[in-house]
Design a protein around this ligand. Structure first.
Ligand code: PNS
Length: 167
């Protein structure tokens, strides 16, 4: 029987509890899940390098046996074809996410007709959570412990305390 491989793409700058929730729920739905760090052309620059983002995800998903972490520079539709993945999983927080995600799903389907996009609704406690919110709170010395996985808490706080000292 063919195994269903799903990709969970994102900028993950950095991974949050919201991302982890979607990844761990996906890992129960599919035979294999590949979390892939990609660039979002609509976001200006990133705070963490691709390698740092990958490492933080690896630290976080270690206990999920069927989850791999990767990065890719090109199109998601091409990456999915390369990996034999038939499904893209994305989390939807609110209606405000919907239009953009819907557009991407249609574009990806056009680029790779074998690809289905599946949306998982974010858990209620993560509705408002985003990587940029985490970074803003961390950079102002606020407590991010409820928002990011324990394993990467210090990676983020250290990065932003270094930044505060530079300024
Ligand atoms: O976490 P994000 O920033 O919402 O993730 C968006 C991401 C990285 C998944 C999206 O920008 C993407 O798929 N980038 C790869 C390039 C690509 O395939 N773009 C066309 C999709 S329409």
């Amino acid at each position: 029987m063919n195994k269903t491989i799903a990709v969970c793409p994102g900028s993950f700058d950095p991974i949050t509890m919201g991302h982890l929730d979607i990844i761990s729920r996906s890992s129960k739905m599919f035979d294999k899940v590949i979390v892939v760090v990609m660039s979002n052309v609509y976001k200006n620059g990133s705070s963490f390098t691709v390698e740092q983002r990958k490492k933080m995800i690896e630290k976080t998903v270690g206990e999920l046996g069927n989850v791999e972490v990767d990065s890719y520079e090109g199109l998601l539709a091409d990456y999915a074809a390369l990996k034999g993945a038939g499904v893209i999983v994305k989390g939807l927080r609110a209606m405000s996410d919907f239009e953009y995600e819907f557009q991407m799903a249609l574009a990806n389907k056009k680029l790779n007709p074998n690809l289905e996009t599946v949306f998982l609704t974010t858990s209620a406690e993560n509705m408002y959570l985003s990587s940029s919110m985490v970074k803003q709170i961390a950079s102002m010395g606020g407590d991010i412990s409820d928002f990011v996985p324990k394993a990467i808490y210090s990676d983020i706080t250290e990065k932003f305390s270094d930044k505060n000292q530079e300024e």
